[in-house]
Design a protein around this ligand. Structure first.
Ligand SMILES: [Zn+2]
Length: 132
């Protein structure tokens, strides 16, 4: 039973785990995989989203006060959080695509090297095969 619960925990985060991750999310110190799981949960859990929103507002207000920005700056942070979450998801998807492209290039290069070595050793004549 405990094992099943542990396995389940690996795939989906519980609210208490997500809320414990909020400070690390706000300081951008979660790993990509953690960030994705965090975002997936937060987008589907109203309770955690509201907690994140509150912490986000406190965090950004402190930043705002520390940076001594002009007084008339718009201070509506609600759309800002939604935008930041969307940007983060977009960025993570972009990084994932880049990783896949790199992997495809690597596999293609390795395949070419193997074919080249086979041709060199005489086991499989790529040049003869291509000519036919
Ligand atoms: Zn939750």
């Amino acid at each position: 039973m405990a094992e099943v619960q542990n396995k389940k925990k690996n795939y989906s985060l519980e609210c208490k785990d997500v809320q414990a991750m909020i400070p690390r999310f706000l300081s951008n110190s979660l790993h990509d995989r953690e960030t994705l799981r965090f975002l997936r949960h937060v987008r589907n859990c109203k309770h955690c989203y509201e907690t994140l929103e509150t912490d986000f507002m406190v965090d950004r207000t402190v930043q705002f006060l520390n940076e001594d920005l002009p007084f008339d700056t718009s201070f509506d942070l609600t759309p800002l959080l939604a935008r930041e979450l969307e940007e983060k998801i977009y960025f993570l998807k972009y990084k994932k695509r880049i990783r896949i492209i790199r992997m495809v290039i690597l596999i293609f290069t390795l395949a070419l090297i193997v074919l080249f070595l086979l041709d060199l050793t005489g086991l499989f004549h790529v040049t003869a095969f291509l000519a036919s």
